[in-house]
Structure formats: structure tokens, C-alpha cells
Design a protein around this ligand. Structure first.
Ligand code: GLA
Length: 364
């Protein structure tokens, strides 16, 4: 072999060993979840369609999953007597076969619920008694089905109102649960039924913006009500759909401390860091699409670094951190909240290559 070739081979091998060159599949970047073994679990949301394409990354870097949509009431319970477990089972089987854990998401929500759930055959709203019985059947069947593999459930998602002066999302804000019950009683029943269906699962309330002081106060009020009624609630899921500037680490830390003061665990349940800040001026003003420059990637990596420093410091309270997706080619933020606009919120890029953000959180 020519001397020059030998020299090049030596340089490349040294760079790989030093972690400067990498490939997600064979890569020298250490496993994310193994790096965090002494802190908390690391998860990612996945849809059945995407699972096949990011299979190796999943195996290496994550030790728990959330079904992105497949376990929501709409897809999993499309008609009163019909449960459709195929997609959820595909994700659950992948977890079983690969020794991973699963988060249950979600039993009760105001969105992605099937029409039949709230209506009779004539299209009229069902009675509270009927809805109570449907709630019981739904929770008992779905939680029972995944009892061996799901160790925690988002029992209720986004039931708190964003309106000042109102604690709970009501019928006017899209909650047919609240609309038919006439109050928040359905939340208590959902937690009770979930606890009966699987006494070992951790039960969470999950919400967006759950670190804003005004929302923290409302969530605490709900938790205190449930606790006073002796209803089992184990923790709060902070969705974590955040951006490069917002929310502040101070708000996040304060929220974690507030929930912990009620004896609750916290999980970061849907983490992604948008490169846009559409509410910077206080109201929704969508930014125009921008190029994902090296500077933005660097800023995002530093944001992830700061968040994970905080999470590690709170490891006694935080049970897991789950990303809302794996790679930038499959993120809901390409379509929300500003129509179609490329976003780059995750740890792997459009080509499934590791980003600076991944490196920033495994190197500490
Ligand atoms: C909320 C829900 C998730 C998902 C995201 C958007 O955060 O909890 O299930 O639908 O919105 O993708």
C-alpha cells in the first residue's frame, strides 16, 4: 500500500475514534439512553409507518416509545364494539422484541376522539350515564390490552383551559367530555378506571404549556382536588413543544418543583425544539420559513444542552424524557402551527444523520 493511502487511513480512523466523524447506524456517538441510564429513560414517539425507517436509531438510542397516534381513541376504538389494535400492537411488539418500554398515550382527550363516542345512532349527544359507561369500557379494554408492556398512561390530555379565569376546558373550548358531564367529574372517573384496570401503571395528567405559571396553578388545583378525593395520580407530563427561546429554564425548573411539592413525578412527554418562535410578540405571528443554518443548529444544540442539564439536576423527580419523533423528516411541526413550513426540531436530520443537538446532550 502506498504511504499516502496509509496516512489517509490512519487520519480517518483517528477522527472516527475521536468522535469527529459519525454515522447513526455504526456511529461512535454513544447510545443516548445508555448514557442516561443513571438519570431517566429516554423515549421517542413513533408512528407505524416511520418505525421501519428509523428502526436502527430506535434500537440504539431510545429505551421507550410512545405511539404517536395509534393508541388515541379515534384510531384504536373506531366504533362502539370495534377496537383496532393492529398498529398499536405493531409498536408494542417492536418494544417487546427489543426489550423496550412503552408509554400509553392517551385515554381521554378532546381531540382525535371518534364521533360515535359522544353521540347516539340518531346523532344526538349521549347522556352522562351512557358516556360514563363508554369511558369505563374504553379505559378498561385499552389499558387491559397493553398491561404487560405499558408501564404508564397519559390518562387525561389537555383538559385545562387556557382562558384566564377558567380552570377546565369546557364544551365551548371543544371538550365534549366536559360538555356532556357538565363539569370536570370525567377526569376523576378516568383516573379511577385506569387505576382499576392496571394498579401498577403510573398515571399521568399531560398538557402543553404546563410550565407557564398560570397553567401550573390550574393543574395544581386539579391535582389537589384529585388527591383530596383519594384518586391515584402519579405525575404530570410536560409535553415540551418548546422553541429556541421559550419557555425559560427558570419557568421549567419552577414548574418541576411545584409539581414535585405535591408528591408527583414529572415526565417530559413530547419534547421537540422548534426553530420558530411564532408568539415572540405575545400573539400568534408566524415566522416565514427559514434556512436551517449552522448558526441555528448550534443555537438549538445549546438549547438542548441547557434543558438536559436542568433535567439531570432534577433526576429525582423526572422519570423519563420522550422526544416527539426521531428525525426531522417526520415531524408534525412541518405542518403546524403555520401550515406547511420546514422545521428541524429533533436530534436527527432529514437524512437520519445525528445533529449537534444529540452530541450536545450525550457529552456532559
Ligand atoms: C399534542 C398531543 C399529541 C400530538 C401533538 C401534535 O401534544 O398530545 O398526541 O397530537 O399534540 O402532534
Amino acid at each position: 500500500m502506498k504511504k499516502e493511502y496509509l496516512f489517509i487511513i490512519i487520519i480517518v480512523v483517528s477522527l472516527v475514534l475521536a468522535g469527529c466523524l459519525d454515522s447513526p447506524k455504526t456511529g461512535t456517538i454513544p447510545s443516548l439512553y445508555e448514557t442516561y441510564a443513571g438519570y431517566f429513560d429516554i423515549g421517542a414517539a413513533v408512528g407505524v409507518g416511520h418505525l421501519g425507517t428509523v428502526h436502527d436509531i430506535f434500537k440504539k438510542h431510545f429505551n421507550r416509545f410512545t405511539a404517536e397516534n395509534d393508541m388515541k381513541a379515534g384510531p384504536i376504538h373506531p366504533a362502539k364494539e370495534t377496537y383496532c389494535f393492529d398498529n398499536g400492537d405493531a409498536i408494542a411488539n417492536f418494544a417487546r422484541e427489543n426489550g423496550k418500554k412503552l408509554n400509553g398515550h392517551t385515554l381521554v382527550w378532546h381531540s382525535q376522539q371518534p364521533y360515535w363516542l359522544f353521540h347516539d345512532e340518531g346523532g344526538n349527544a349521549v347522556s352522562e350515564t351512557e358516556l360514563r359507561s363508554r369511558l369505563y369500557d374504553h379505559i378498561t379494554t385499552v389499558v387491559g390490552h397493553y398491561k404487560d408492556i405499558i408501564d404508564n398512561w397519559d390518562v387525561v390530555n389537555e383538559a385545562i383551559s387556557d382562558s384566564p379565569g377558567k380552570t377546565y376546558r369546557d364544551g365551548k373550548e371543544g371538550s365534549e367530555w366536559y360538555g356532556i358531564f357538565g363539569d370536570e367529574e370525567y377526569i376523576k372517573l378516568a383516573f379511577q378506571y385506569a387505576a382499576e384496570a392496571d394498579p401498577d401503571a403510573l398515571l399521568f395528567y399531560n398538557d402543553y404549556n404546563a410550565v407557564a405559571p398560570s397553567k401550573v396553578a390550574k393543574i395544581k388545583k386539579m391535582v389537589q382536588w384529585l388527591q383530596s378525593e383519594k384518586v391515584k395520580i402519579d405525575g404530570i407530563g410536560l409535553q415540551g413543544h418548546w422553541n429556541l427561546e421559550w419557555p425559560s429554564l427558570t419557568d421549567i425548573k419552577r414548574a418541576i418543583d411545584e409539581y414535585s411539592s405535591l408528591g408527583l413525578k414529572v415526565k417530559i412527554s413530547e419534547l421537540d425544539i422548534s426553530i420558530y418562535n411564532d408568539y415572540a410578540g405575545g400573539s400568534f405571528q408566524p415566522e416565514a420559513e427559514k434556512r436551517y443554518t449552522k448558526e441555528i443548529e448550534y443555537k438549538q444544540a445549546e438549547r438542548y444542552r441547557g434543558l438536559f442539564e436542568l433535567f439531570r439536576a432534577k433526576k429525582d423527580v423526572i422519570v423519563h424524557v420522550t422526544f416527539w419523533g426521531v428525525s426531522d423528516d417526520a415531524t408534525w411541526l412541518d405542518y403546524f402551527p403555520a401550515g406547511q413550513r420546514n422545521n428541524h426540531p429533533l436530534l436527527f436530520d432529514d437524512n437520519h444523520q445525528p445533529k449537534k443537538a444529540l452530541k450536545a446532550i450525550v457529552n456532559f
